[in-house]
Write a protein that binds this ligand. Structure first.
Ligand SMILES: C[S@@+](CC[C@H](N)C(=O)[O-])C[C@H]1O[C@@H](n2cnc3c(N)ncnc32)[C@H](O)[C@@H]1O
Length: 255
């Protein structure tokens, strides 16, 4: 599957519990019996894959990163895009879970950047492999724990309450489009001014696959475009030729 066990260190118990339940469903006694089962039942691999999806996310996850995007990175990207004659800032949230990251970006754009750059539009593509999270992203309704870091002064404008859930208002959703895509097999066309690839490739994927995907991400970035990885992640050796930006962990520019 191209995954690496150390990446799962914080969520091992969760994955092991899911696999244990699957073993009981199949009437298998232990992990080595399951390994044998996988060898003779190719159709089981997608099941196992799904059991390994970690879909934790929230709005404004790693708040400092979004503040840095708002105050420094997005204004610079927007100014450069306008200078080049681009009509929209193209962004991609890779491994978007239930849309929390993509909607945070849409929110940042609409509330903070749009007033400064009224002639520039924004397009946000968000991809994930997991149908369940994509369905949740489409409905755009969340529990309070997902939005607890959202700026209080914008809360009413961005969300409406419905049956105890907090739903992103339609006008805040319109720039975000979701697609099902396995990042190991395909990536959107691009080129992008900004790619967010956080808490997926550089945590859970094996190193060889990290190198491969990093190269593809770099190819999809505009010259001067920015890649953001998770606050606790690092790029594989060589870093894909990207330059780390000062002032915040995990933000890189394509020179
Ligand atoms: C931990 S979440 C990260 C969400 C968000 N990027 C963040 O940092 O808050 C990882 C997401 O990657 C998705 N994912 C796992 N394998 C994938 C793959 N091969 N291609 C695309 N998405 C994948 C999972 O379904 C999950 O929603």
């Amino acid at each position: 599957m191209g995954l690496r066990w150390p990446g799962f260190r914080k969520v091992r118990a969760r994955v092991c519990k899911r696999v244990g339940q699957r073993l009981r469903q199949l009437g298998l006694p232990d992990a080595s019996a399951y390994r044998g089962y996988l060898q003779s039942h190719a159709e089981e691999w997608p099941w196992l894959e799904t059991l390994c999806h970690i879909t934790i996310s929230r709005f404004y996850r790693d708040r400092g990163v979004f503040l840095h995007l708002e105050q420094k990175v997005l204004p610079e990207l927007a100014a450069a895009a306008l200078a080049r004659g681009d009509v929209a800032l193209r962004c991609w949230s890779a491994g978007c879970a239930s849309g929390e990251e993509a909607y945070t970006l849409a929110f940042l754009w609409r509330s903070r950047l749009m007033p400064q750059f009224p002639r520039l539009d924004v397009e946000i593509i968000a991809t994930d492999i997991d149908d369940d999270v994509l369905n949740r992203a489409g409905s755009a309704c969340y529990s309070f724990s997902s939005i607890k870091d959202f700026p209080r002064d914008w809360f009413q404008q961005a969300f409406q309450q419905s049956s105890g859930r907090y739903c992103v208002r339609p006008e805040w959703r319109e720039k975000v489009r979701f697609f099902r895509q396995d990042i190991r097999a395909a990536i959107p066309q691009g080129p992008f001014h900004l790619i967010l690839c956080r808490n997926l490739v550089f945590t859970y994927f094996a190193e060889a696959l990290q190198h491969e995907i990093l190269q593809r991400l770099v190819d999809r970035l505009e010259i001067g475009g920015v890649l953001v990885i998770g606050a606790h992640e690092s790029l594989p050796e060589g870093g894909g030729g990207l330059t780390r930006l000062p002032g915040c962990q995990g933000i890189y520019r394509r020179p």
